[in-house]
Design a protein around this ligand. Structure first.
Ligand code: 13P
Ligand code: SF4
Length: 365
């Protein structure tokens, strides 16, 4: 879903002191009470996450929004997460995103027209043998495409279960839009790289590995990636291990296959948090994921050494667009009865996207 409108932050909000912004947000929360729910993704900034009523990974946030009865959901995360919340809530609830320009570069790597074009070519090639699966980091239109074509959504927490589910339905998967999560998940399930091919939406063609041939392909990976997680490399891992053989490396599965293979652990943001929480006092960790989460973990677990796997840190610029000023502005606007930050998925798209999300939520409890 294209981001339709961006309005720049009024100067008034830049001029406010931190105390004034905090007080305004607290006042808005008190004013709305139970009518307002603020979910926050783990990658959100510290000054924003302090106001979240619930924090979680994509799956936890989607489930929580689906269960919420709040009239207003002010989503501190990115566009596809707010769209998912809108799809999973009823028509009387409003979902708002404090900065409408907070998109996700990976989600933008698969458009509906590219996907339809790929589907036509691939179904000509392989017949009715493909299930489309989309990572939730995709637009509502891509989710709807999957729902309409017997496919489903998945997140980094349930990717394995959903790939297994899809392979009970048909012989092959088209995995959108993150080639790395797709490759890492399929490989973990024992599918060799030679049985995976990459769909290039720019060249509109299937790229095979050397050994692969057309017939034995089980997983077709969309050539998309996360521009944050691609910045972690095997060299970073080697350098850190050379300096300190005791260091543990944990990464998000949006990192490349080589990085995930070289790391000690990989998993969703929730998984990363859990592993570090349970780790022994005194243990050392290099984390390959967005820097707000890495910094938060380091601040929280002062008995452990925690740093970013990439020495230059890796911010997700779009997640960071949601700052305290935008949160304050969106809540003030809401109090004034204007819904300029609303994310609203059209009903014809929402209907099929819901099917794809439901297949995920029902298949994996
Ligand atoms: P999680 O579902 O693991 O929180 O990941 C979301 C995301 O966008 C990672 O880049
Ligand atoms: Fe998208 Fe990557 Fe940011 Fe996650 S970290 S929201 S995948 S750009």
């Amino acid at each position: 879903m294209a981001i339709t409108k961006t309005v720049s932050l009024p100067d008034e909000y830049r001029a406010l002191s931190m105390e004034e912004k905090i007080n305004r947000i607290k006042a808005a929360k008190a004013f709305f009470g139970e009518r307002l729910f603020i979910p926050g993704h783990h990658y959100q900034r510290e000054d924003v996450i302090q106001f979240a009523d619930f924090t979680g990974d994509s799956l936890q946030l989607a489930k929580k929004c689906g269960e919420s009865n709040a009239e207003f959901i002010v989503f501190c995360g990115v566009h596809f997460m707010a769209e998912t919340a809108d799809i999973l809530t009823n028509s009387t609830q409003r979902v708002l995103l404090p900065d409408l320009a907070a998109g996700c570069s990976m989600a933008d790597m698969a458009t509906l027209s590219q996907t339809k074009r790929a589907w036509n070519t691939l179904t000509d090639m392989y017949g009715d043998s493909i299930v489309p699966l989309t990572y939730v980091n995709s637009t509502a239109e891509i989710k709807a495409f999957c729902g309409e074509n017997e496919g489903a959504c998945l997140t980094s927490s349930n990717a394995k279960e959903m790939v297994q589910w899809a392979l009970t339905k048909k012989q092959r998967i088209l995995f959108l839009p993150d080639q790395h999560l797709g490759r890492n998940t399929a490989y973990d399930l024992g599918i060799p790289l030679s049985e995976m091919a990459v769909w290039c939406p720019i060249k509109n063609e299937l790229e095979f590995t050397d050994e692969a041939n057309r017939e034995n392909v089980q997983v077709i990976l969309w050539k998309g990636h996360c521009s944050v997680h691609e910045k972690f490399t095997v060299n970073h891992i080697q350098e850190l291990r050379n300096k300190d053989p005791q260091i543990n490396i944990i990464v998000h599965p949006e990192c490349s296959h080589e990085v995930v293979q070289a790391a000690d652990e990989a998993g969703s943001t929730h998984h990363i948090i859990q592993i570090i929480e349970k780790a022994e006092s005194g243990s050392k960790w290099a984390v390959g994921t967005e820097m707000n989460l890495v910094n938060r973990l380091a601040m929280k677990h002062t008995d452990k050494t925690i740093k970013s796997l990439n020495p230059y840190m890796c911010p997700c610029l779009t997640m960071n667009r949601i700052d305290i000023e935008h949160l304050c502005w969106s809540l003030d606007s809401l109090k004034n009865g204007t819904y300029q930050f609303q994310i609203s998925v059209p009903p014809d798209i929402s209907k099929y996207a819901m099917i794809a999300l439901d297949r995920m939520l029902i298949s994996v409890k």
